[in-house]
Design a protein around this ligand. Structure first.
Ligand SMILES: C[S@@+](CC[C@H](N)C(=O)[O-])C[C@H]1O[C@@H](n2cnc3c(N)ncnc32)[C@H](O)[C@@H]1O
Length: 372
């Protein structure tokens, strides 16, 4: 069966590589998604093990329609009681980009009608529709006349890893941080340092990658657990196999620091949730004034952008970051992720990796430099 994994714009290559690393050579890259063939176990694995996945969809039916009547009829051809029963609650979400159908909410309503009518005709009873914690989520994707009906196997987005117990202002999404790390080349580092660590998302995600801690390790709920065909023993085996690879840090020492003591404590609390996370060292430091001992050979940072976190003179701040890197970090690899594209130029170094990404609604860039 087809398994469609959704991700953030710009992270498709990282997700494709992750899927290949799971052993699926035939992966097709789409816009903000990667498609591969697998079975139920592979769908569980995608949810549990893919760091750059936002959600995992299972396409169950594809058809063509050019008006709402055709759409309704085709929706009724699906045997819905194969997927859930009349006592379960369901929700429908739709994304429409079509000259034939203009309102996505209306198409979601049509889909709900078709499903409810089918149950009522068969059983004389109808399932409830609920967007709050539904048992089954149906996903409708319409592009022109092509309609794809999928079940959402994930539920709440996979960036909710459930290890974060403390947050700060403007934290990064775990999925975004993972994608950035997988594009950064950090895995060859010996001393990894995030000198503006905030809640520690980069350190947590890098630590989890290095120590083979599955991104789903702490999550209790996935939508597929409420499906009629949920196989507890297969799910247990998926978790057991992945968890068996967890190890302590081997070749990398991890460090985090922040100018704000409270933020540094938040990062430490979050790392304490992870197995071996107490091996990460934290300190309070102003990156512009103090250095870390030992000297890092890999730095990654997400400085304030002057959007959510304000700075007095953002251009000068980025200029100072660049100066500091040139003066004190020769030989190191440095990756800076920021949503202030203007200020990024002030760093004054030539990037050998440039990746355009979105941080929520903020167009952002990742620049990596090998400091001479
Ligand atoms: C955008 S936040 C980082 C968020 C982080 N990536 C996360 O996911 O939580 C920027 C961080 O830089 C810190 N910061 C600002 N100026 C700094 C400086 N001169 N030295 C060290 N940290 C600094 C702030 O305290 C803040 O925690």
């Amino acid at each position: 069966m087809e398994i469609l994994v959704k991700t953030l714009e710009g992270l498709e290559p990282a997700l494709e590589q992750e899927i290949k690393n799971l052993g699926f050579e035939e992966a097709t890259v789409l816009n903000r998604a990667v498609l591969f063939e697998g079975d139920i176990k592979d769908m569980y694995r995608a949810n549990y093990e893919l760091r750059t996945a936002l959600r995992v969809l299972l396409p169950i039916h594809k058809f063509e329609a050019i008006n709402e009547h055709m759409f309704y009829r085709k929706m009724q051809e699906i045997n819905w009681s194969e997927y859930f029963n009349v006592n379960q609650r369901f929700a429908v979400y739709s994304v429409v980009s079509s000259q034939y159908f203009t309102h996505s909410k209306y198409m979601a309503l049509k889909a709900k009608d078709a499903i409810v009518d089918q149950f009522r005709d068969k059983y004389g009873k109808r399932p409830d529709v609920s967007t709050y914690n539904p048992d089954v989520e149906v996903n409708i994707h319409i592009f022109e006349n092509k309609c794809t009906i999928s079940l959402d196997s994930t539920g709440e987005s996979l960036h909710k890893r459930d290890y974060k117990v403390a947050s700060v202002e403007a934290p990064l999404s775990e999925v975004l941080a993972s994608g950035i790390l997988l594009s950064s080349g950090f895995e060859t580092a010996k001393i990894f340092h995030d000198p503006m660590c905030g809640s520690g998302t980069f350190i947590s995600e890098a630590f989890m990658i290095h120590c083979n801690i599955p991104p789903g390790k702490f999550r209790q709920e996935y939508a597929f657990m409420k499906w009629k065909n949920f196989r507890q023993s297969v799910w247990d085996a998926v978790k057991e196999n992945a968890d068996a690879k967890i190890c302590g840090p081997t070749t990398i020492q991890f460090y985090g620091s922040d100018i704000n003591r409270q933020n540094m404590f938040s990062a430490r609390k979050n790392l304490y949730q992870l197995p071996f996370g107490d091996q990460v060292q934290f300190s309070k430091k102003d990156f512009l004034k103090e250095s870390l001992n030992p000297r890092p050979d890999f730095l990654i940072m997400n400085p304030p952008y002057d959007i959510r976190l304000k700075s007095d003179d953002i251009d000068e701040f980025y200029y100072q970051i660049g100066m500091r890197l040139k003066q004190d970090y020769s030989g190191a690899r440095v990756c800076v992720f920021s949503g202030n594209l203007e200020a990024m130029h002030k760093i004054g170094l030539k990037a050998n990796v440039k990746l355009n990404l979105m941080n929520g609604a903020i167009p952002s860039v990742l620049h990596c430099y090998d400091i001479k």
